[in-house]
Design a protein around this ligand. Sequence first.
Ligand SMILES: [Zn+2]
Length: 574
Amino acid sequence: MTGRISREFIDELLVRVDIVDLIDSRVPLKKTGSNYVARCPFHTEKSPSFSVNRNKQFFHCFGCGASGNAISFLMDFGHLSFVEAVEDLAAFAGVAVQMDLAGKEHIKSAEQSLKKLYLLMEQVAGYYVDELRKNASAINYLKSRQVKGEVARDFLLGYAPDKWDGLASQFDQKLLIDAGMLVVKDDGKVYDRFRNRIMYPIRDKRSRIVGFGGRVLDDSLPKYLNSPETPLFHKGKEVYGLYELLAKNPKPQRILIVEGYMDVIALAQYGINYSVAALGTAASHAHLDLLFRFASELVFCFDGDKAGREAAWKAMDAMFSSLKDGRSCRIMLLPEQHDPDSLIRSEGVDSFIDRVESAQVLSDYFYEHVSRGLNLNEMEARAQLIAKVKPYIEKLQESTFKELMSARLKDLSGVKKVAALENIKFNKELSNRKSIGQEINRLSSSRVAIALLLQNPGLAYLVEKLEIDWAGIEFGGVNLFKDIQRLILEKKILNSAVLLEYYRDLPEEKVVKALAVLDLHVEEDKIDDVFSDALNGLLKQAREVEIMRLQVKAQKEGLNNEEQALLVDMLVGK
Ligand SMILES: [Zn+2]
């Protein structure tokens, strides 16, 4: 489905569905106290640390830190995109998804023109397949690469004839231009983008053809040519071979990421049906997130030469941004002078599969790479190591993996406290039930206030009654606090899961989620008091700080009218 799902619909849906029923239908839950527990579906464990809270409509795992509302659960559990998860949740609730009213007409016409483009691409692919049958040199080329008929059919391989108007003479030119299949010259004349090439249709995971890759039959340049970005095709998001992979194997144990289409095809020849290729770009964060929906392990295959090792290093960014507990990446460097095809031919399939399965895990590869050439007996080298590693660790989501990566850095560098990594310790304490009792005293009032507000949205009405004058009030998290307060009143939110939904994909999401599941051990009838105390403490402190600042400024350089008024107000208010 394209277009925007209506916000109100999502809010209503989250209120209508009970997360306990939803999760229980996928992972049987057991009731203990006010929570429902199970062994975590997102990591392997012997005793249950996965709990679902009916009041808050959240789930949270104390083992791996997974948490969220019903939509997050479906996304993680079913490897779904946001829209797919909302669709599934609506189906669970027995209601139809509602789209934004304002955009409906617009969406309808956009959908129709997309439909036309998909249909065109289908027809173009058929045309290329027919042309392949007629062209001896193209068939010979595929034979020389030992491509079997069955594989050619699975991947819908075709041939673009050596003509300037092969497509232009057959199909609607306007549509061909929109689909990126024609090149438009300055004088407005058009010609076929792909000529005398083996054609590889690129299908999205719903089997629709979104673009093409084309390879020359000889040594002419460019060797590979891809469709340009079009309404259908976004090369940063699509990978080649995913549809074909899922058709053979809907639940692959791992996915192998290779360099080009010919590698994917060559591997399929030998029965290795779990490879995909990025399309003329390095694998991006979006690519990896897409692939991780279908397999928990990704193996990156790179050439063993210098360019291959550089490409491997470049891919680290995307890997670190996508990793979390339950996901793993491995790096496989091919021997120099080999591509997957030539390697299988010289070593055999079994030995190739061995290489895939025993590929180096990311953590080992990473630390080997960053410490190469450094003499870690020297202080300078250890400082250099920290500087190199820190930005990568910061990219990782809060997870046991992140903690382990930081622990390894601390071991290697001999530095026990690395400033930028200390927040990890905090999060570890958050997820550790036993230490929470002691931690709460050390938690700042602002965390307590925000956490309580998130967990009990009704408190916003209590704040409203206080008629707080926010001018000059500054404390850590004040903007977040005000934002949550505003959201609750504006959208009339009474459910934490709905509130959480508003922070999806925003920079604050991580902290909001952590605070939403923070167990404060406050008894039901004490919530109002604890919250008021925390908030009043914060306001008092903030006012004192501001008064002091204004008084110092008054002595030093004087105050403007506005500041004077503020100071008077604050002194009186005090
Ligand atoms: Zn878990």
